[in-house]
Design a protein around this ligand. Structure first.
Ligand SMILES: Nc1nc2c(c(=O)[nH]1)N[C@H]1C(S)=C(S)[C@@H](COP(=O)(O)OP(=O)(O)OC[C@H]3O[C@@H](n4cnc5c(=O)[nH]c(N)nc54)[C@H](O)[C@@H]3O)O[C@H]1N2
Ligand SMILES: Nc1nc2c(c(=O)[nH]1)N[C@H]1C(S)=C(S)[C@@H](COP(=O)(O)OP(=O)(O)OC[C@H]3O[C@@H](n4cnc5c(=O)[nH]c(N)nc54)[C@H](O)[C@@H]3O)O[C@H]1N2
Ligand code: SF4
Ligand SMILES: [Mo]
Length: 905
């Protein structure tokens, strides 16, 4: 056993890229804390980062390679040699018969830069196909295309410190309160320090980010280009543009000016569904503030016009010269922790290493020379959605998927399922064994994951951090770069020779990093001056960092010179186009999808932490109360949601923060955590013509009441809660409605909810009881009323209520949930358990939802303090809520505000 010590790494979730200090004994992660020395977070972490040590890093992990020898057979454990030999032979045979473009790689912005670099070289350098794309296609590709179209290179020009320096902050299509919480804490601090700072949020929903804003623009979905054009129109009209900057450093303004002439505030207000005065106000604050910074994310990118939306926003900065200066600039928020690194190594179907372009013959020649191969292929590869279409069509025969879960996250998952079924050979390189995609794997390769890996990542502000491994990977899991190298070497031996030298000579990730950094020399992102040693001794650095540099660069384009052929930035005369799938009489509601604060994508990791279900315990579709009424629904009811592609049964929740006609569905729950396929059963594979990014934010749906008379809930506290949850998930199949998750704080417990058209068989109930361990007559107590179809089946161990199954009536669910979490004494519950009463006994109720995850403070406790006249500071002093990670601060502020309003009514 090694002495407890601290290892430096980063949080594996969002692109904020917070530094973490991992406390470890060399075997386990004991706890994590924010790294006070890391410039991204200065010691802070959000709810997700702060609970990293609670994520289950053992249960449910993939431990050994598994191979399916024959179609429809189950996978069997094999040795690494057998697994990789088999993979190399299958790939070599397919390439020999059908050519290099018959294979493809679909990788991830959550891989480390070194992993990414090897995969890219494997596809483009060794196999000779550009069929390598990543989930960043669903995420940042519109930003890449937007930056390149306007500024000439894919480089976010700003730094996090600009958040504190801006006089006007324009947040468009982003919800950093949920998606980049530590940055949102910095924004809150800036607003507190300088209340005159103006914050504008453009988002169809009134999000927690919008609550902080001085001006919320609840625009109609997809209308951003009209909004930005109208703001530019006002800037021009009022003379708030910087003519000298435009003349000296840009081109194309005259044409854009003609284009935006018709976008008057009145004209655009109609398109956007807001008031002309709101547009005037936004333009005034943007134009008259000395320093304006814009932040954006998926609300702009995940659109069939994502590139245009990016360009139209960047125009506002170019026209006002608000770029390249402290507190100024267009600043895309990167979604995944290393989408930036992936872009740097060119790990996409249309990019090449070192921000080079596939379409450029000189760039191709440079990369071929670097790798010492005869050529790199010129034909662009298939991008994410197109790759799975080609797989279904049989054009692509084999796919290698690493660190992403496309069966859940790509649009139109029914199509993805068909593609994966159709494929001849599917390899999935995954950390967790049971994802929606591993179900389709012919070969499952177990990957090491957070806290186990060594390498580098780049965050939203171009800052590269080195990650150190703290603990060993479980079982036989290997590092992603290692698996790619071991496979590549085998394949290299089977393919006709392409290179004069061995292509994959790396023994360490550092060797990969050193080759990558050499490939950037002389490019805009030049990091030839960096090394692992320097990153260790000097800490994380921003690029560029060329040879001889002493520091990285905080801001780009300070001199007004841009990496375009003319050296000038470009205005692009884009037009506004509405969303691809409009609502109509059959599908009258607009579906918007996105993130919750405490879950991460497909939940393979966050879904194992009980506290992270406190904010939202099950998948909920949020809609305006009037839309629910119209569909004969009320908050809490179960509804059927249909689009032209698929359907879903889900519980609805009313909220006036939602515009009428628009509903919101979190993207997180998939077939592993709910019955059905999750949000992408509904979305459409409509792509932006330039970035090829799918329009994941906009689809047309209809909502109907679901009549599911049979309802059941099963809950159980268990030291093996995560394992039980995975087994309970297998019970969801075949049910109309179902969800599974965790609850509790110190003692996690599992909750399974089911509803169906009719009662399931007695065999099913027996199976469920066996899974939950409710089949021990010595430890269970039952009340049954067959006439009403009501049953209470409680598990009591050592005198405590440890589990329950309620059938027919589930009104006492929340109250019982709390008793189970607290390990309540069962004796006093006996009368209730053995009585027909469905609701909690008189005077008993649940303590309400937990609001502060870190300190376990509930809504009721906060409500009581508010009734005693507490304000935010009072709450913090009395209950300590919101004083640890701060992620619940927006929610606390809302509670304070609504108490204050109620008091004045
Ligand atoms: N908690 C959490 N944080 C995450 C992630 C996570 O899974 N969980 N994932 C990370 C990743 S990969 C990403 S890409 C980021 C995403 O971060 P964000 O983009 O900030 O998050 P989303 O919720 O996807 O979408 C942001 C907002 O866009 C709005 N929106 C929808 N349509 C439009 C539109 O047409 N115009 C405008 N202006 N707004 C619109 C939505 O209402 C939503 O509030 O989050 C990162 N951070
Ligand atoms: N409807 C809708 N769909 C969306 C979005 C949306 O807003 N709405 N957003 C889109 C966006 S922006 C994104 S980024 C995608 C994200 O979608 P995905 O990439 O599918 O999301 P994750 O669940 O993060 O998948 C990462 C997988 O890698 C595994 N993993 C973790 N660490 C490692 C590791 O070190 N190595 C390996 N090999 N595996 C590992 C995890 O267990 C997990 O299964 O979803 C997209 N889909
Ligand atoms: S903001 Fe939260 S999720 Fe994002 S990197 Fe920091 S701790 Fe992780
Ligand atoms: Mo993303």
């Amino acid at each position: 056993m090694v002495q407890p010590h601290i290892v430096k790494s980063t949080c594996c979730y969002c692109g904020t890229g917070c530094g973490v200090l991992i406390h470890t004994d060399g075997q386990q992660v004991l706890r994590v804390e924010g790294d006070p020395a890391h410039p991204a977070n200065l010691g802070r972490l959000c709810t997700k980062g702060a609970t990293l040590h609670l994520t289950d890093m053992r249960t449910g992990r993939a431990h050994y390679p598994e191979l399916r020898q024959q179609r429809n057979a189950s996978r069997q454990r094999v040795t690494w040699d057998a697994a990789l030999d088999h993979a190399a032979q299958r790939f070599a045979a397919i390439i020999a018969e059908h050519g290099p473009d018959a294979v493809a790689f679909y990788i991830s912005g959550q891989l480390l830069t070194e992993d990414y670099y090897v995969f890219n070289k494997l596809a483009k350098g060794l196999i000779g196909t550009n069929n390598i794309d990543t989930n960043s296609r669903l995420c940042m590709s519109s930003t890449v295309a937007g930056y390149k179209a306007t500024l000439g290179a894919d480089a976010p020009p700003c730094s996090y410190e600009d958040l504190a320096l801006a006089d006007c902050l324009f947040i468009a299509g982003a919800n950093p309160a949920y998606a980049h919480p530590v940055l949102f804490r910095r924004i809150e601090d800036a607003k507190t320090a300088r209340p005159d700072m103006k914050i504008i949020v453009a988002d169809p929903r009134r999000t927690d980010s919008a609550e902080l804003a001085d001006l919320h623009l609840p625009i109609l979905p997809g209308t951003d280009v009209a909004l930005f054009h109208a703001m530019l129109n006002v800037l021009v009209w009022e003379g708030w543009i910087d003519e000298a900057y435009i003349a000296a450093h840009t081109e194309g303004f005259a044409e854009l000016k003609r284009r935006i002439r018709e976008y008057t505030p009145r004209f655009a207000a109609d398109i956007c569904g807001i008031k002309p005065e709101q547009i005037l106000q936004a333009a005034e604050w943007f134009g008259r503030s000395p320093r304006a910074l814009s932040l954006w994310c998926m609300g702009l990118n995940q659109s069939a016009r994502g590139t245009d939306k990016n360009a139209a926003l960047i125009h506002l900065h170019l026209a006002t010269g608000k770029l390249g200066k402290p507190g100024c600039g267009p600043f895309s928020l990167t979604g995944q922790p290393n989408a930036m690194g992936g872009r740097e190594v060119g790990g996409m179907a249309n990019l090449l290493s070192g921000h080079r372009d596939l379409a450029n013959p000189a760039h191709r020649a440079e990369v071929a020379a670097l790798w010492q191969v005869s050529e790199v292929p010129s034909q662009p590869g298939k991008t994410a959605v197109e790759m799975f279409e080609a797989l279904e069509a049989g054009q692509i025969k084999a796919v290698w998927i690493a660190c992403t879960n496309p069966a859940h996250s790509l649009p139109d998952t029914a199509q993805v399922a068909r593609a994966l079924q159709q494929a001849e050979f599917v390899v999935v390189q995954e950390a967790y064994a049971h994802t929606d995609t591993t179900a389709y794997a012919d070969l499952l390769l177990p990957a090491s994951s957070w806290a186990e890996k060594t390498g580098t990542v780049t965050n939203s502000e171009r800052r590269i951090t080195r990650l150190h491994a703290a603990v060993p990977a479980p079982g036989e899991a290997r590092h992603d770069w290692q698996m790619a190298v071991d496979f590549a070497r085998r394949l290299e031996a089977l393919l006709p020779p392409r290179a004069a030298v061995p292509l994959f000579p790396y023994a360490t990730p550092e060797a990969v990093f050193d080759e990558h950094k050499r490939s950037t020399a002389g490019r805009d992102l030049d990091i030839s001056g960096l090394s692992y040693a320097l990153l260790d001794s000097q800490g994380p650095q921003q690029w560029p960092y060329p040879t001889g540099a002493r520091t990285g660069q905080a801001r780009l384009y300070a001199d007004g010179r841009f990496p375009t052929t003319s050296g000038r930035a470009r205005f692009v005369a884009v037009d506004y186009h509405p969303v691809a799938e409009k609502t109509d009489a059959r599908y009258p509601l607009h579906l918007n999808t996105g993130r919750l604060r405490d879950q991460w994508h497909g939940m393979s990791r966050t879904g194992t932490v009980a506290q992270l279900y406190n904010q939202v315990e099950e998948p909920l579709l949020t809609a305006h109360p009037d839309d629910l009424t119209q569909a004969k629904l009320a908050s809490g009811d179960l509804a059927r949601v249909r689009s032209r592609r698929g359907e879903l049964l889900i519980r609805v929740e009313a909220s006036t923060r939602q515009r009428r006609g628009e509903v919101f569905l979190p993207m997180h729950w998939s077939g592993r955590f709910m019955a059905g396929q999750g949000s992408n059963a509904l979305t459409l594979p409509k792509l932006d013509p330039q970035s090829r990014q799918p329009e994941l934010k906009h689809a047309a749906i209809k909502l109907e009441r679901a009549e599911l008379p049979w309802q059941m809930v099963a809950m159980k506290q268990s030291p093996d809660a995560v394992q039980l949850m995975h087994r309970a998930a297998d019970l969801l199949a075949g049910f109309d409605y179902g969800s599974v998750g965790l609850f509790g704080h110190d003692q996690p417990a599992v909750i399974l909810k089911l509803a169906h058209r009719n009662a399931p068989s007695a065999e099913f109930i027996a199976r469920l009881d066996a899974v939950f361990g409710f089949d021990d007559p010595m430890a269970t107590l039952s009340y049954r009323d067959p006439r009403r179809g009501v049953e209470k089946h409680a598990e009591i161990r050592l005198g405590r209520l440890t589990g329950i199954r309620l059938t027919g009536e589930t009104a006492a669910r929340d109250w019982l949930k709390q008793l189970i979490a607290a390990g309540a004494d069962a004796a006093s519950l006996r009368p209730w358990l053995l009585a027909p009463l469905a609701a909690p006994p008189q005077g008993q109720h649940s303590r309400g939802k937990v609001i502060c995850n870190c300190l376990n403070v509930s809504a009721d406790e906060i409500g009581a303090a508010l009734n005693q006249g507490c304000d935010l500071k009072g709450l913090q002093a009395k209950l300590a809520c919101g004083t640890r990670c701060g992620s619940c601060l927006p929610e606390l502020k809302r509670m304070v505000a609504s108490t204050a309003t109620a008091a004045t009514v």
